[in-house]
Design a protein around this ligand. Structure first.
Ligand code: GUN
Length: 283
């Protein structure tokens, strides 16, 4: 069997086109969705993510600001900056790019963002609402993953989903969202024993570890849906996922490529959350 490729880039484009139309309608009614992105320091990967977010906003008509702060900024000053954005009526979504410098408490920063403007879905209020299945901003990468699986046309309900990785940004929330969709969910991680025995049971496998080509064909149940969240830069400069795409695509039924799979969906879900935030806040 050769897997069907889940083309995240195309799905993302479809959603962005629909969002662009929606934003244009909102603008006719005087509402311009606004996103503020704060970046602290000069981490090159973070800078490139932040620029990509800014560009994507511009393309669909969302107003966006990048607020660049020196790595030496104090936690207090960063919190005041967030306070000002919480009060700013032109800004509906606030995102602080992670990671932050060591001297700044990430939790304090996330907690400071108004839950109503937390388009990253990282604030404990949103995390809690997600856990109990209430209305909230969902974290962008997990939300994008669910969207991709649904749009493949496959049912999630009743399937055994195995998530490899337990980060707060991807592993834990995607496990919760899969559960909400009625999957039977296993979370595997670095301390898991007999990893292969577990991944081989997966009807849906989500790999979110950050180790290039960790998952090979021998780890996969034939016909599984394989979602690769890994973005690993190889010494050659090429990007690799956590899944060995070439071998796994011969065993899986669906697979996401890297790049062009989950990645483009993350920013798209951020755009969607920002539009939702504008509508909610202006009500
Ligand atoms: N760093 C890596 N991924 C993310 C993300 O989705 N949001 C933020 N704020 N920082 C990140």
């Amino acid at each position: 069997m050769t897997a069907q490729i889940i083309k995240g880039k195309e799905v993302a484009q479809e959603i962005r086109t629909a969002l662009k139309e929606e934003v244009s309608g909102l603008k006719e009614n005087g509402l311009v969705p606004g996103l503020a992105v704060i970046i602290v320091g000069e981490n090159p990967a973070s800078l490139s993510y932040v620029r990509a977010k800014h560009k994507a906003c511009g393309e669909i008509g969302i107003y966006s600001e990048i607020i660049e702060k020196d790595a030496s900024i104090t936690e207090e000053d960063l919190l005041s900056e967030i306070d000002a954005l919480n009060e700013n009526p032109d800004i509906h979504g606030i995102l602080v790019q992670l990671p932050l410098p060591k001297h700044i408490n990430e939790k304090a920063v996330i907690n400071k963002i108004s839950a109503l403007k937390d388009v990253d879905g990282f604030h404990p209020v949103n995390v809690g609402n997600m856990l109990i299945g209430d209305d909230c901003y969902l974290p962008c990468t997990p939300d994008g993953i669910i969207e991709l699986i649904k749009r493949s046309g496959e049912d999630i309900s009743g399937k055994h989903a195995v998530v490899v990785g337990r980060s707060n940004i991807v592993g834990k929330p995607v496990a919760m969202l899969l559960l909400q969709e009625n999957a039977t969910v296993t979370v595997a991680h670095s301390r898991t024993k007999n990893m292969r025995e577990i991944t081989k049971q997966a009807d849906i496998l989500v790999a979110a570890v950050g180790k290039p080509n960790l998952i090979g064909a021998e780890d996969i149940k034939p016909g599984a849906i394989v979602i690769d969240v890994g973005v690993n830069r190889l010494e050659s400069g090429k990007l690799a996922g956590d899944v060995d795409f070439e071998s796994v695509k011969e065993v899986a039924s669906y697979i996401t490529p890297v790049p062009g799979g989950v990645g483009p969906m993350t920013i798209t879900m951020l755009l969607r959350n920002t539009v939702e935030a504008a509508k909610k806040i202006s009500k």
